[in-house]
Design a binder for this molecule. Structure first.
Ligand code: GAP
Length: 444
């Protein structure tokens, strides 16, 4: 794919045109940094999450699953350090009344003169930076005033630390082992940019891997490698991925070392996933604040220690954006432009489209029968609306790897045309064995 084919504008417009993702609350003018996922967006997202779970708990036997609450005891965030330290430095402009992240000024537009950055125009009047906590606060209880202040979790990880002891007992695990979780997190991000890259609510795929302290570096290396390869196995071009170690001044308050897996988005290299060595920070903090011993005790030898934690933490939205950008392509078909998402078959929202050539002469009935046979084992879509070329284009744009077309000949000899998205090769194949043939090609 030539470097300049994909742009954010093209991705945003494709997402809207095909109903992957659109602005939330659009009838009220939208709400900043918040998006809704439509049919194909949901399917793609679920496939990404499904592949992540497969890599965590099907392909290995040292990780268990968890689904912890979004709202936890408020002391959680005291112990985790989020109450005191999970802040962004913000600057206000007294002239345009806009608020900016002090560390992003060079990438942001001035509120009055968008061609300039905040502070560059003579009329800009910026305050000093002030720390602003990113957690959303709310209250539980019948009345707001008398209720208890609680927070929407800013990361799924803390629920895992709170349940460490329980999982250790019921899952009968011994470090090294991991606890994996997928769920929504919330951050009061004030910088709106780059579509779903940075949003107020987002899904995280996080795994906390508990290890004996002297194995932490080994496992950090292991998970950096493992997670990098997960993206390339699912089709991302390795040339657009890199691992970047955080400088000391970038590290989160809990981290002993972090490397980001970065992707070359159309707006530049940016974080896709963080792989952190959290040391024993979290278990030690929660032990101190709760009074519970959060440690591993070997039942035989009596060995006792607080495990260190290696954490690969990925965002579903950022992964989806990377998979879409990487898969986006445009072909010239004899003067006609074709937009195609060359998604890995495992991620494609629809695996096969079944298209009757005509809406008469028995084509729909036959196509329906083929569709019914296919949908039992794979996500199939039946589409009889519009010219066949338009229907192919629609499937190309949502990344469907195969299309099966039913025509006059099908009624005579029970064969169909099987069209492959990437090569555009069309072959005539029998309906007998079609399901098996497609299963093999999708798996291969
Ligand atoms: N538990 C560690 C943690 O939360 P993080 O680097 O802040 O670390 C992990 O977040 C991942 O979550 C990021 O790499 C990114 O993919 C995703 N993420 C974080 N903030 C996000 C936001 N505001 N919008 C979308 N995704 C976000």
């Amino acid at each position: 794919m030539p470097d300049d084919v994909v742009t954010m504008d093209k991705i945003v417009s494709l997402c809207k045109r095909r109903g992957f993702i659109f602005a939330a609350s659009e009838i009220y003018g939208g709400i900043a940094n918040t998006y809704d996922y439509g049919h194909y967006g949901v399917l793609l997202k679920q496939n990404i999450i499904g592949q992540w779970w497969t890599s965590m708990i099907q392909d290995r036997d040292d990780v268990v699953a968890l689904d912890s609450a979004i709202i936890q005891h408020p002391r959680t965030w005291e112990a985790s350090g989020h109450l005191a330290g999970f802040t962004d430095p913000l600057i206000d402009c007294r002239t345009c009344k806009q608020r900016f992240r002090a560390d992003h000024l060079g990438e942001l537009e001035c509120g009055r003169r968008p061609s300039k950055h905040p502070g560059e125009d003579a009329q800009c009047d910026l305050t000093d930076p002030r720390d602003f906590n990113l957690m959303f606060e709310t209250a539980i209880g019948a009345v707001k005033e008398g209720g208890t202040s609680v927070f929407l979790r800013p990361e799924t990880a803390q629920g895992i630390f709170l349940d460490f002891k329980q999982v250790l007992q019921f899952a009968r695990r011994k470090p090294p082992f991991g606890i994996a979780q997928v769920g929504k997190s919330f951050r009061n991000e004030i910088t709106a940019r780059n579509f779903i890259f940075r949003t107020l609510e987002f899904e995280q795929m996080e795994m906390e891997f508990f290890v004996p302290p002297d194995q932490a570096e080994h496992w950090h290396e292991h998970w950096m490698q493992e997670r990098f390869e997960w993206y390339t196995r699912l089709g991302i071009d390795a040339a657009r991925l890199r691992l970047r170690a955080h400088d000391a001044d970038e590290l989160s308050h809990y981290s002993a070392a972090t490397s980001d897996i970065e992707y070359l988005y159309p707006f530049g290299w940016s974080e896709l996933e963080g792989v952190a060595n959290r040391g024993d920070f979290d278990l030690r903090q929660h032990a101190q604040h709760s009074g519970e011993k959060l440690e591993y005790v070997d039942p035989q030898g009596g060995e006792r220690y607080i495990p260190h934690v290696i954490e690969p933490a990925a965002g579903v939205g950022r992964s989806m954006l990377a998979f879409m950008c990487d898969a986006y392509d445009e072909d010239d078909l004899g003067g006609e432009k074709r937009t195609v998402l060359r998604l890995h078959p495992a991620l494609a929202p629809v695996k096969v489209a079944v298209l009757p050539l005509l809406r008469k002469d028995g084509h729909p009935e036959k196509a329906r029968a083929v569709y019914e046979a296919l949908r039992r084992t794979m996500k199939a879509e039946y589409d009889d609306g519009g010219a066949i070329g338009r229907r192919y284009r629609r499937q190309d744009e949502i990344g469907t790897p195969f299309a099966v077309t039913i025509d006059h000949q099908t009624l005579d000899d029970d064969t169909v045309t099987l069209r492959e998205r990437d090569t555009l090769v069309q072959e005539r194949v029998g309906t007998d064995g079609l399901v098996r043939r497609l299963q093999d090609r999708l798996a291969g």
